[in-house]
Ligand binder design. Structure first.
Ligand code: TNX
Length: 621
């Protein structure tokens, strides 16, 4: 039988409401239901031509009226601006026959956004002459006379065993440097700030001075960038350098779409090339729980998989097939060790109490209070994704998870999420009501603080420090030991810092790498906080000049959320080259940043990315 076809058209019947018209063709004669994913909430009462029988997160199921092949559905008060907004992952289900329920894939015959594509947004790259350089821009770089020839098996001498440092360098360059007393490259002790280095390339040899291992590493990474642009004949230079911020973090959401180990290791290598020193590993979200927890095997057996007929339905890129994956504890350890060999610490995130749809689906007996009739809808349209701070099961669950997370991850920092808890939650929970009375709480938000404070204390007893998104401040219960990831704006971060909390700056408007980088309808990405192009990302400043690292601003965090990151090519496209700009925001002093100069250095860096088969977005002229 031929595959059913669907055409999608978007219509704007008034200012804020978007209608999606779905027309089906070649459908079977027996009754069918249409399944798909759409990152919007459908107004069930608006449906024309059928009935909405299920929606959870992005997953929707519609039963057409008998004989109907045209469906119209309304998404209220929403923007709909690009191809990646369109519904996807269509399939039909047919009633159970003797062989069980039948699934039919649906082919998209056409799609129409109902918008003209504006011309690709502007010139992004200034017209400047290409110049080999280092990214992020060092504090001082001067050219010296002459060249140094870097042999494939050059020798390096330095304090202690250099195997790890040279292994990293060789990994980046494919050279085979070896440690030896008789050497043309020397690593020496020097009086330099934390992570600082002085790199001197002269015709007779190379010297890297630093006060700590991180400094030597950064010196070697700068040398690697120089070599990757010039080849074996290196123009002589003197570089003096140190970072502006101590924490330079890339975040990757592995919950929405599973990212294989090989992609993670590749990302870690790329991060090290741009002097990022922390990897924020977002391991759990509504659409998937990715970390093996021995105390609760179903978290990954059930919570790591989605698809038709599973506890977690299809989501995001959708489709009937079982989709997902998880990291075994052995893999988590392997990644931590690999990151450490590149000078990167892994900060794990278990996102609670919101964003817990997958966990709740995996452990309903433990995590659901049957008498709780609270109604809510999360930002991503889940109505069952928040842990209950008044259930003993919640604490049992979290403590076992924190036990195992602390075993696996040596980082002093453990991220517990805390973001986007929807309004309406807990209001109709008898257990929460009792807890509020017992504790004398007035505001429902205090329950969130109550739970997070418990986690903070539990982690502190293990010598760990809790990190959370800025909403952990709500309910005013966590202590100022907690590190705040400010994501709604830089101002939110400055406010938290002024209130005495250490802060990581992650302002979405500039640092969210999942946002589209232009207005073009074909440009993939979200746009709720804008569409920052390379120049806008580059030009942002997380803290005014008189507000520096000592004043509670610990660093810069650039997240890649993965609602739309379902392939490695998409991962590359969203990360590069904007990640080079955030590297410079995190490392370089504001006075050393210059957009024109960055543009001049960019082609040399893109050539390095080409060598590494990175499918970056070509910066437009
Ligand atoms: C907000 S930032 C979120 C994520 C989404 C992201 C999309 C934050 C703490 N929460 O759940 O993936 O926006 O840009």
């Amino acid at each position: 039988m031929s595959t059913p076809l669907i055409t999608i058209a978007v219509q704007r019947r008034d200012e804020e409401d978007v209608w999606i018209l779905l027309t089906l063709d070649r459908v079977p004669s027996e009754p069918w239901q249409l399944h798909f994913c759409l990152g919007r909430h459908i107004d069930a009462s608006s449906l024309e031509g059928g009935e909405l029988i299920h929606q959870s997160g992005s997953y929707k199921v519609i039963a057409p009226h008998p004989g109907s092949r045209e469906l119209a559905l309304c998404c209220r008060k929403t923007a709909f601006k690009r191809l990646t907004d369109l519904p996807q992952g269509f399939f039909l289900s047919l009633p159970e026959s003797r062989e069980g329920a039948q699934i039919m894939p649906v082919t998209i015959a056409g799609q129409e956004l109902g918008l003209d594509s504006p011309a690709p947004a502007g010139k992004e790259l200034a017209e400047v002459e290409t110049e080999h350089g280092i990214v992020p821009q060092p504090r001082r770089l001067v050219r010296l006379e002459g060249n140094f020839r870097l042999a494939e098996r050059a020798h390096v001498r330095g304090p202690g065993n250099l195997a790890a440092l040279l292994g990293h360098f060789n990994d980046l360059t494919s050279l085979a440097l070896e440690q030896d007393h008789d050497a043309e490259i020397s690593l020496v002790q020097g009086e330099l700030p934390a992570e600082g280095y002085r790199l001197l390339i002269r015709p007779q040899g190379i010297e890297i001075a630093a006060g700590d291992v991180a400094g030597w590493r950064h010196g070697l990474v700068s040398l690697a960038q120089w070599y990757l642009q010039h080849g074996e004949s290196l123009p002589c230079i003197e570089v003096e350098d140190a970072p502006r911020f101590g924490l330079r973090v890339i975040h990757l959401d592995c919950g929405r779409h599973f990212q294989p180990m090989a992609s993670l290791k590749r990302l870690l290598r790329q991060m090290s090339l741009y002097k990022f020193n922390r990897f924020h590993w977002h391991l759990t979200d509504d659409e998937g729980w990715r970390l093996e927890i021995k105390a609760f095997p179903t978290l990954t057996e059930v919570g790591a998989w989605r698809g038709h007929g599973l506890a977690i339905g299809p989501q995001l890129s959708g489709g009937a097939a079982r989709y997902g994956g998880c990291y075994s504890q052995a893999e988590a350890r392997e990644l931590v060790a690999y990151a450490a060999s590149l000078g990167i610490e892994v900060i794990p995130e278990i996102d609670i109490p919101g964003h817990c749809h997958a966990a709740i689906k995996a452990l309903p007996e433990l995590l659901i209070e049957p008498e709780d009739h609270s109604r809510y809808l999360s930002v991503q349209y889940f109505d069952d994704n928040v842990l209950n701070p008044a259930l003993p099961g919640t604490y049992h669950f979290l403590e076992r998870v924190m036990d195992e997370v602390c075993e696996l991850f040596p980082s002093p920092l453990i991220h517990m999420g805390g973001d986007e808890v929807p309004h309406g939650v807990w209001t109709d929970s008898p257990a929460c009501q009792r807890l509020m009375v017992q504790q004398g709480y007035q505001d429902i938000r205090e329950l969130q603080g109550h739970l997070l404070r418990h986690c903070q204390g539990y982690l502190a007893a293990k010598g760990r420090r809790m990190v959370g998104w800025e909403e952990i401040l709500q309910g005013d219960k966590v202590s100022q030991e907690a590190i705040i990831c400010a994501w709604t704006s830089f101002q939110a971060g400055l406010d938290a810092a002024a209130a005495g909390y250490p802060v990581l700056m992650a302002a979405a408007q500039y640092l969210y790498l999942d946002l589209a980088c232009s207005e073009n309808i074909e440009e993939p990405g979200l746009y709720w906080a804008g569409t920052p192009n390379l120049e806008q990302v580059y030009s942002c400043d997380p803290a005014p000049a008189d507000f520096h690292a000592n004043d509670n601003i610990l660093g810069v965090l650039s997240p890649l959320w993965s609602e739309l990151v379902h392939t490695r090519d998409r991962l590359d496209y969203m990360l590069f080259p904007r990640m080079l700009a955030t590297a410079e925001v995190a490392w370089s002093l504001p006075g050393d940043k210059d957009w024109g100069h960055f543009c001049a250095r960019l082609p040399g860096q893109l050539a390095i990315l080409d060598q590494q088969q990175v499918r970056y977005r070509t910066p437009q002229r």
